[in-house]
Design a protein around this ligand. Structure first.
Ligand code: PLP
Length: 280
């Protein structure tokens, strides 16, 4: 398993040039770069089946559209981890479904498959694992349960672009997954989200839902970019990227902060013995 560290802002280094080019071409809001991004995302993430990536305004909207497109009957139970971002159960509720909370594994903080098994009822229709803090959930037993009980699996990958489980990218196990590109996510594009969907018909519906949303005005996009620029300026300053003298201090603090987490992962692997070989 490869986990993704969540520390700091991650943007492509030439983001200012890219934004300037889009502005010059009057493509700050819409343009061919959205489809290009989706294609590239698919290429990097991979996955079997007739998969499709659809951009959305937020990661949470991608979840909402996936839930709607899967046509899950109203009132159905959806299993969510007790430790996740609050919008995840809230969006399932807004979609007319009933979030059922299950506990997390105390060693990994991700959804405990045994707790999932206990929570399944005749009314359960889907499992929604969150790959929390860049750490993949234990997907083999979760997928086995889904197959046994004929449940959909929608992976929350807001924290985990780049994480893998037994060599397979998080987000490519289930029927769909969603990603967030807000600040402090593995890829920061100053906001936005993306739905990864396996089935072509479901993907078409997700695309139609996303496409029917109103596009933001250019003014709104400019204000988002300004806010993002200020945030990244602040973080860069703190990180010392522009002041090499501070970079070493930053790296030292970063390593010290990461150490307990590394210990946790080693401990989790030793105890559980169910994850694949350690990857650096
Ligand atoms: C675990 C998790 N899931 C989902 C989301 C939702 O992503 P977005 O804010 O892009 O809607 C977040 C956002 O912080 C998150 O941390």
């Amino acid at each position: 398993m490869a986990a993704i560290c969540r520390f700091g802002m991650r943007m492509v280094p030439n983001i200012s040039d890219i934004i300037a080019q889009c502005r010059n071409k009057k493509q700050l809001v819409q343009g061919p770069h959205i489809a290009e991004f989706e294609q590239e995302f698919l290429r990097v993430l991979g996955g079997r089946g007739r998969v499709r990536a659809v951009s959305t305004e937020y990661g949470r909207m991608a979840l909402y559209f996936i839930l709607k497109a899967l046509n899950i009957p109203a009132g159905s139970e959806i299993i969510v981890p007790a430790l996740t971002f609050w919008v995840v159960p809230e969006i399932t509720r807004v979609a007319g479904l009933k979030p059922v909370f299950v506990d997390v594994d105390p060693h990994t903080f991700t959804m405990d498959p045994k707790a999932v098994e206990r929570a399944i009822t005749p009314n359960t229709r889907a499992i929604l694992p969150t790959h929390l803090y860049g750490m993949s959930c234990d997907m083999a037993p979760i997928m086995a349960l889904a197959r046994k009980h004929n449940l959909k699996v929608i992976e929350d990958c807001a924290h985990s672009l780049g994480a893998t489980y037994n060599g397979q990218p998080a987000g490519t196990f289930g029927d769909g997954s969603f990603f967030s590109f807000q600040g402090f996510k593995p890829l920061n594009t100053y906001g936005g989200g993306l739905a990864w969907v396996r089935d072509a018909d479901v993907a078409k519906k997700v695309w139609e839902f996303a496409d029917s949303e109103e596009w933001p005005s250019e003014k709104r996009v400019e204000s988002i970019l300004r806010a993002g620029w200020w945030q990244s300026t602040f973080i860069r300053e703190r990180a010392g990227r522009d002041r090499p003298g501070r970079a070493q201090t930053f790296a030292r603090v970063h390593r010290a902060n990461a150490a307990p987490r590394e210990g946790l992962r080693r401990d989790a692997r030793r105890r559980a013995g169910r994850y694949g070989p350690a990857r650096s």
